[in-house]
Ligand binder design. Structure first.
Ligand code: F0G
Length: 455
């Protein structure tokens, strides 16, 4: 018996095709839009394929005690809600998912929001949320007997793809923008054995080149236009709902780059609601960097009817994306859930990142936009002190150590970005900076440093 119950539905024109009929670039042959995975059997109320919510809640929790690889994965543990493979035995897993949901006590206190949590997707095997999507889509590639997989990336997708491809014994091709990704991520692609090309362009340029390549060669595209990636990336929504005993937080705040993650989490919560596992959806807000904010602009200019690409600039290199592929899906999620979409400055990102570090968690710069966005929403009165808020931290702090060191050395931001040494921003930064000092190798010298810290 096949485990496969899905078909693909075009997000633009609604055309439906079998999963195996998708074009190599995953664009609809009719209208050029992206596909979404759907499960027709779920619609029939008494259909035999419609999952039973009570039984699933029990089964998914039971699996956490299992020693089977698939059960230990925080993605495949929920496999009844991602029947995308003919045989679940083809799944390639590194035991991704099951990431922690941390309380943020100090930030919660300073913002006057008691119930403030971080879902830390950086605690995945390759250090980012991409692992949840990669286990799903790469398993499809293996089942369909591809030898090569490829992605264009700002770094994390390539790290995840290279790792999962290596586990599956597939070859992988990575296209990254030269000089514009964090070293930690580049080193991962090399370590896991990918063929890595640094192209003299930006992320959007890498996507253009790769789209041509997959049209000409039998290479399986693993960018997030691949709808199976989103199936894996929807599972943190299940984990979050499960941790609140099948209630949902009032707000979920997600960084926005290529806009697949916000789309996927929205899909996850929507499916839980449709299947009767939760009663409502959280408000989902997407935060972008000021210099890479095409969705913010699109929603402000025309309520998401069209999107004008921008030339992207931000030190949060993971989200340095000017022409996001999944913008229509993400716009729908923000609108359907009554969330917000806003942008934050380079200084706001840097400060938020240091504050998350000071909670003993840390994250990469792109993840910190969530806290920077929350502060703005709180200041605007959009989020109340009694509400429950979950920030999705997408990447591990070690991904981009250069950024962190530059911040603490005081060399990260320009005078224009901080407003000069006497500004409020500079004062906030000075409070958070913990530069490493060089001292003589004597107890007296070290005590001297400590004296400066007391009080
Ligand atoms: N945070 C991190 C750490 C990321 O790596 C990315 C995207 C995002 C947020 C944004 O997620 O694109 O789904 O809106 N990184 C991609 C990559 C583009 O190639 O690794 P998104």
């Amino acid at each position: 018996m096949s485990d496969n119950l899905h078909q693909l539905r075009c997000f633009g024109c609604g055309a439906r095709i079998a999963g195996t009929d998708a074009q190599p670039d995953f664009r609809c042959a009719e209208c050029g839009d992206l596909f979404e995975v759907e499960f027709p059997g779920w619609m029939e109320r008494r259909g035999t394929d419609r999952p039973n919510p009570g039984a699933l809640k029990w089964l998914w929790r039971e699996r956490r005690c299992s020693s089977e690889a698939l059960d230990q994965s925080g993605v495949w543990r929920f496999r009844e809600l991602l029947p995308i493979l003919d045989n679940f035995g083809n799944a390639v897993t590194l035991r991704e998912g099951n990431t922690p949901l941390y309380h943020l006590p100090r930030i919660a206190k300073s913002l006057g929001i008691d119930q403030l949590f971080a879902k830390h997707q950086g605690m995945n095997p390759t250090g980012s949320f991409k692992d949840t999507g990669m286990t799903a889509a790469l398993s499809v590639a293996r089942e369909r007997e591809f030898e090569w997989v490829a992605c264009a990336s700002t770094g994390n997708t390539s790290a995840a793809m290279a790792a999962y491809a290596a586990r599956a014994g597939l070859r992988s091709l990575v296209l990254i923008p030269e000089g514009k990704i964090a070293w930690g991520k580049l080193s991962q692609a090399m370590d896991y054995g990918a063929v890595t090309c640094q192209l003299k362009t930006d992320f959007d340029g890498c996507v253009r080149v790769l789209t041509e390549i997959v049209r000409q060669a039998p290479i399986y595209l693993l960018n997030s236009v691949n709808p199976y990636r989103l199936e894996g990336q929807k599972t943190p929504a299940f984990e979050i709902a499960e941790s609140y005993d099948w209630n949902v937080p009032d707000h979920l705040i997600v960084p926005g780059g290529n806009l697949a993650n916000s789309s996927a989490l929205g899909k996850g919560f929507r499916e839980l609601k449709e299947l009767g596992l939760v009663a409502r959806m959280p408000r989902i807000s997407v935060i972008q960097a000021e210099g890479a904010n095409p969705l913010v602009r699109s929603l402000a200019a025309n309520r998401g009817a069209s999107l004008e690409p921008v030339e992207a600039h931000t030190r949060a290199t993971a989200i340095r994306i000017g022409n996001p592929a999944s913008w229509r899906k993400a716009a729908r999620v923000v609108q359907d859930t009554c969330g917000w979409c806003l942008d934050v400055s380079e200084a706001e990102i840097a400060i938020a990142k240091a504050e998350i570090g000071a909670e003993g968690l840390g994250c990469e710069p792109a993840s910190a936009v969530t806290l920077a966005g929350l502060k703005k929403l709180r200041a605007q009165g959009a989020i109340g002190g009694g509400e429950t808020v979950v920030l999705v931290l997408t990447g591990h702090t070690l991904k981009d150590a250069d950024y962190t060191i530059d911040f603490h050395r005081g060399t990260l931001l320009t005078v224009e970005e901080t407003g000069g040494p006497a500004s409020k921003i500079s004062a906030e930064i000075e409070k958070l900076r913990r530069n490493a000092v060089v001292v003589d190798a004597t107890t007296a010298a070290v005590f001297n440093v400590l004296k400066g810290q007391v009080g």
